[in-house]
Structure formats: C-alpha cells, structure tokens
Design a protein around this ligand. Structure first.
Ligand SMILES: [Zn+2]
Length: 281
C-alpha cells in the first residue's frame, strides 16, 4: 500500500509543467502560458494587477493556457507574472519573471496635428460612443473557444503598412498604427481568419464598414474600411468564409484592408498573435 502511494506521488510531481512562450516580450506582443497538471482548479494569473483566467487547452488532458497581451504603451521594464491555482483545497502561487522590451517600431512624422482636425460635436459624440461600445465587447471574455485548427490570413496581398508604426508629432509620440494594412483594391474578398461569432457589423466613423469577430477566450479580430459586409451581428462564421469586400469607407486616403487584433481588450500585433496561437494552440 505504501509503495503505491509513493509511486503516485512521484508521478504527480513529474507531470507538472509550466511553460511560457518567452521571458522577454516586445511591447504590443502577446505571451502564451501553459500549465499541465492533474487535479487542479481555478488556474489564473495576475500581470501588473490585471487578472487573466486560464482556459482548458483544446484536446489536451489536464492542460490549461492563458494569453497575456502587452500594451503598446507598457513601460519597458521587468515584471512578475503570478500564477495561482487550487490544489488539495489549498491555493498555490508561482511567480514568473518577464521583461517587456522595445518592439523598435518604425516611426512616421505627421505634419498635421491630428488634434487640430476638428470634429463636429455630433461626430465627437459618435466616435466616443463607438469606442465605448467596442471596448465593452473587447473586454468580454467568451468561455467558448470557437476556433478550430490554425489561423489563416484575411488576405495574401502585400502589407502596405506594418502594425505599430509610431506617429510622431512635434517630436512626441502621438499615436501608433493599430493594425496591419493589406493592399486591396475595392471589392477584394476578405476571409475570416478562423471560426468566430460576428460581434460588430456596422459603419463606424474612423473604421468605416467594420466586421469584428469573437474567436472566444478573449480573442478578437477586426476587418475595417469594407465596401460590403456579408454578415450581421450574431452570425457564426467559419474559417475562410468571405466576411465582406475591401473598400475605402471611413477616414482613409485610399482603399486597403486594415486588419486588427485584440486580446483581453488590449490591441496587439495581429501577425505576432496569429503566429503565437498557431504554434501553441
Ligand atoms: Zn491601417
């Protein structure tokens, strides 16, 4: 009896694993964490006073994953991610040190001060309402993970503007490019990058005709400036479905696709996020 007990104990210790995709992460990139452990409950983590839940890793026993999105504006320094879970009715804590490093995004100098482009009171109100409405959605974490298999790209054309390009005015950082731009003449078919639920399908002031997909577990992708939207809010789409056609609606200088990604409400580099998810999920 005693022997069996000891053996089980050893096995139990052996199957514990805690993995992190990297201990150094660039601003606006995302980290992937994984726990493999039997008989634990309520795994979660805290990063810089934000609480993030772990979710069950699809098709893997006793495995949980969490995504930690790093904001573009996060201070470049060392942090500690605190992981906790319940085991044998006791709360267990583990700390992982990480460092946020400079993504070294290129910058572009803006000659017109965007704050001097006056919006009418009506448009100001519209923009602020659209922002609030979208943030409420992005900060909602859907328990269901809709995705199946690897992510694809919305287009295979040339990237005309990278994510993260700094917009500098009078020597100070004013904003940054919040997505990846793809070359797309009006009417180009845009694909859903994975299965998801349409949570935004409407015309917005800056983004024009916009489709946002909820992929579950706090993962959202956005497709902006469309000339046509093929789905409405609440629709379920499958990976590769043509969600709409590209265009130049909203505040743009020419037709293109602006493709964006949010994780737990934080805007992140879409291509790094896709790569990370495809390598780990
Ligand atoms: Zn863009």
């Amino acid at each position: 009896m005693k022997k069996i007990f000891i053996l089980l104990f050893i096995i139990n210790q052996l199957i514990f694993a805690l993995e992190i995709s990297s201990k150094k992460v660039e601003n606006a990139n995302t980290l992937f964490l994984k726990i493999v452990k039997e008989n634990i409950k309520d795994p979660k983590l805290t990063f810089d006073s934000h609480n993030i839940n772990f979710f069950k890793l699809p098709n893997k026993k006793d495995s949980y994953y969490a995504l930690v999105p790093i904001s573009y504006y996060k201070d470049l320094k060392k942090y500690k991610i605190i992981i906790s879970y319940i085991e044998n009715k006791k709360k267990v804590f583990k700390g992982i040190p990480i460092e946020v490093i400079d993504g070294k995004y290129k910058s572009e100098v803006i000659n017109v001060d965007s704050s001097k482009v006056i919006l009418s009171e009506k448009n100001k109100k519209r923009v602020s309402q659209e922002y609030k409405e979208a943030m409420k959605i992005y900060n909602t974490t859907t328990e269901t993970l809709y995705i199946s298999d690897k992510f694809i790209y919305p287009l295979e054309t040339k990237i005309t503007s990278d994510f993260g390009k700094k917009r500098v005015y009078n020597g100070s950082l004013k904003s940054y490019h919040s997505g990846t731009d793809y070359r797309a003449k009006v009417g180009t078919k845009i694909k859903a990058i994975n299965n998801g639920k349409v949570v935004i399908a409407k015309n917005r002031f800056y983004a024009g005709n916009s489709i946002v997909l909820d992929h579950g577990n706090g993962i959202y992708s956005g497709y902006y400036h469309l000339s046509k939207m093929n789905y409405k809010e609440g629709d379920l789409v499958k990976k590769g479905d043509i969600i709409g056609l590209s265009g130049s609606t909203g505040r743009v200088t020419g037709p293109h696709l602006h493709f964006s990604f949010r994780i737990h409400g934080i805007q992140v580099d879409p291509l790094q996020a896709i790569d990370l998810l495809n390598n780990n999920l």
